[in-house]
Design a protein around this ligand. Structure first.
Ligand code: HEM
Length: 313
């Protein structure tokens, strides 16, 4: 390939990298706002809000199109980045003539390929932990709210008063209702029939039938009651909670990955505008400042999510 063809194809790749990179920045903002709910909205209300949000994200057609655009943007960005790096290494004259790294950029620029690869490793791990479970295997527990009730029972013969504690489990459906699905006698650690008070086992412990993992049916009438929400909130919380022996490793991995992401964005944000030819001398200093703020604030906020979950759970 002649130098000029190589140069043109490099320009095209940089153009696509810039477009996809800026698109991925908008994804990061949306993803961050959704995930910040994990630390700012707590308790059952927060869990419900996050699971409703995750359901909406997985079912809204507009969001689905955006999701597929994100996957394509990620692949184009990564493939173009790898090809540009290989191309630059192979064609030294082009590298020195048009892109002398030491002369026109800092450490982050020279290490973009390494930083990008580390982000790919983070993404592969991240998607395997959450996205794979949520979208592919659907191995997510259903959203169950548990409330405890207790009352005192007096033995008419002896007069002795005993405290009876029950746990009532409710399933949250997409109709916004909490449906009672089972009652557990906490004194005897057995499920009970709430009408008779007798202990039940196996299929009888649950008052509803669940089909395909989340469709809820009335056991007696076989009528569809609704769709149960998946509990992605608990999956994320458990992942970063101290109860999980690997959580600390996970938190450290996320924090280091966010520092790497920050470096990548530090160089990438402003250079994307340059690659697109939008480097107007009047606006470039402002764009550079916005880029610097973006590359600090966004990774910082992402990084505090696992830290705060770990500290609180
Ligand atoms: C503390 C930080 C983060 C948390 C708690 C988090 C959590 C999640 C969860 C729960 C999902 C699955 C959602 C679903 O598919 O329904 C997800 C998907 C995803 N995450 Fe993250 N994430 C974090 C940071 C990041 C970062 C920094 C990136 C990119 C560099 C990222 C990229 C993605 C992508 C590309 C998906 C798939 C999105 C889709 O299917 O539309 N995440 N994340």
């Amino acid at each position: 390939m002649s130098n000029s063809v190589l140069f043109k194809s490099s320009i095209a790749k940089k153009y696509f990298m810039a477009l996809t990179g800026l698109f991925l920045c908008t994804f990061l903002v949306g993803h961050l706002l959704g995930n910040l709910q994990l630390i700012f909205n707590t308790g059952e209300e927060g869990r419900r809000a996050f699971n409703e949000y995750a359901y909406f994200m997985g079912h809204n057609i507009f969001i689905k199109v955006l999701s597929y655009t994100t996957y394509i943007a990620l692949i184009v960005h990564a493939v173009d980045g790898i090809m540009l790096t290989i191309q630059n290494k192979k064609a030294r004259p082009v590298k020195y003539a048009y892109n002398n790294p030491k002369a026109n950029s800092g450490t982050a620029s020279r290490n973009m390929a390494i930083l990008g690869t580390l982000i790919l490793v983070f993404l592969a791990t991240h998607m395997a932990n959450f996205w794979w479970k949520a979208k592919i295997t659907e191995e997510i527990p259903l959203h169950v709210k548990t409330i405890e009730k207790s009352y005192q029972q007096q033995n008419p013969m002896t007069g002795q008063v005993t405290n009876i504690r029950y746990q009532i489990n409710h399933l949250l459906t997409t109709k916004g209702e909490y449906i009672p699905i089972s009652v557990k006698d906490l004194e005897h650690d057995t499920y009970v029939n709430p009408q008779t008070g007798e202990s039940v086992q196996g299929n009888d412990t649950c008052f509803v039938k669940i089909k395909d993992g989340f469709h809820v049916y009335d056991k007696n009438t076989n009528l569809n009651i609704g769709e149960a929400y998946k509990d992605l909130h608990t999956v994320v919380m458990t992942f970063f909670s101290k109860e999980n022996s690997n959580a600390l490793f996970g938190v450290i991995f996320y924090v280091i990955s966010m520092i790497v992401l920050g470096y990548h964005l530090w160089h990438g944000f402003a250079s994307a505008f340059q690659s697109l030819g939008l480097n107007h001398p009047l606006y470039m200093p402002i764009i550079k400042k916005i880029g610097m703020a973006f590359s600090i604030v966004v990774p910082f906020l992402f990084a505090i999510i696992p830290i705060i979950i770990y500290m609180n759970h």
